[in-house]
Design a protein around this ligand. Structure first.
Ligand SMILES: [Zn+2]
Ligand SMILES: [Zn+2]
Length: 71
């Protein structure tokens, strides 16, 4: 699992809301970058991408936002 530099081509811009996971951005722990990518694995290093925040507070915000969207 090494970063080959491909990920920089898919690098995601930081959203104004700060809610990267909400708008489909995924985090690669190997490349240490957020990317716009549909797949489950990093196109660069092949590591499984993180799609959910690990922070409990962020998770609550995510649930809250999802509820707002549903309404
Ligand atoms: Zn990479
Ligand atoms: Zn990667």
């Amino acid at each position: 699992m090494v970063c080959k530099g491909i990920c920089s081509r898919h690098q995601a811009m930081r959203p104004s809301t700060g809610m990267r996971y909400l708008i489909g951005q995924k985090r690669c722990q190997v490349c240490q970058i957020f990317i716009n990518w549909q797949g489950w694995f990093c196109p660069c290093c092949g590591y499984k991408l993180r799609t959910k925040p690990r922070n409990k507070k962020f998770k609550q915000q995510l649930v809250l936002s999802n509820n707002i969207i549903k309404k």
